[in-house]
Design a protein around this ligand. Sequence first.
Ligand SMILES: *Cc1c(COP(=O)(O)O)cnc(C)c1O
Length: 411
Amino acid sequence: MTPLDPLLFGEIDPPQRLLMGPGPVNAHPRVLRAMSADLLGQFDPEMTGYMNQVMALYRPIFGTQNPWTMLIDGTARAGIEAALVSLVAPGDTVLVINFGRFGLLLGEILTRIGAVIETVDAPWGEIVPMEAIAAAIERTGPKIVACVHGDTSTTMAQPLDGLGDLCRAAGALCYVDATATIGGMAIAADRWGVDVVTGGLQKCLGGPSGSAPITISDRAADHIFARRHTEAGIRSADSIDGAGPRIASNYFDLAMIMDYWSDKRLNHHTEATSMLYAARECARVMLGEGLEARYARHAAAGRAMSAGLRAMGLTLFGDDAHRMTNVTGVFIPQGVDNDRVRAAMRDHFEIEIGTAFGPLQGRIWRIGAMGYNAMKHKVLLTLAALEACLLREGFLLPAGAAVPAALEAWG
Ligand SMILES: *Cc1c(COP(=O)(O)O)cnc(C)c1O
């Protein structure tokens, strides 16, 4: 066999794409710089100091005082899976508030766990009214209620005020996947009264995928620690602390991960050092900007994107009252080729916009303005480029209307 020529594959040198889809988006340059910092041993006091700083930095971002606020190593899905596998035992009844693809993902993970799954559903493009959630909790008596905050598949944001009270009154714990909203729309874990919230870096936090911030309420932490003593499960091979049976996941066992992030510093996995640097810098960038300013910037970007798309004569997808601010769904007009437009956006303008899944596949585009990309000039460039690509497709639109409308709406 001839040896592989090491020069066959060049140095990584990606094109300068502007990622205006539903995530991932371009990372903030400060985050990329932080990731190139030198590595540390996982118990180095400098490293554990950074871990403690990350815990402090993410509390305001989650809108919480929860001591247990940290990172799960892996993409956002790792956070979701860690939360569910650690909260839910086989046979537990879980109510899923389902209004899009990521609600379906919660159900898929819960099926693997062996939970009894109940759902309260909304059609794609709508949210589930709080009264319907209250009735479903009453009807199903769940131990856990699981929900997505912003579902990028439909671009809808589920209102969560009051959910915690309903869960508490029913004796249920509540989990929220806030991957698509964290950093762009306000997360209020304590005010909502929800128990576990997880996120990811690659959307409105403006980092790469690969780290999942999580916050855990004290009552959820009590539940998680209690499970280790009361349930039979697969005992992990490296269970050297004699703590007894474990849940059926080692990597995602929150009790073990919390022991690592606590002062006990019990060995679990090797904290993903460069990702921790990234998560820390994402949070520093965000808190430096200010939470309110950051949410206002995303809201302005969403308003401008919506106004620009409408000025082109396009129709937005979904319920106007419950749009996510950071990603907008828009119907692909009749006679316009989805793939050709997206290819032209990429080839001529270096701009990526998103397609859609499931029932919306081929019907809508999802255009994001998240984190480092929720900027006026990036929104205007995207609209101008889309206008040019639609005109090339022969779609008749009022040329030149989108950019001024977006500028006006930005405010
Ligand atoms: C994007 C997104 C995810 C993505 O998970 P990854 O594992 O990081 O790909 C999860 N949940 C929601 C609601 C999302 O929008």
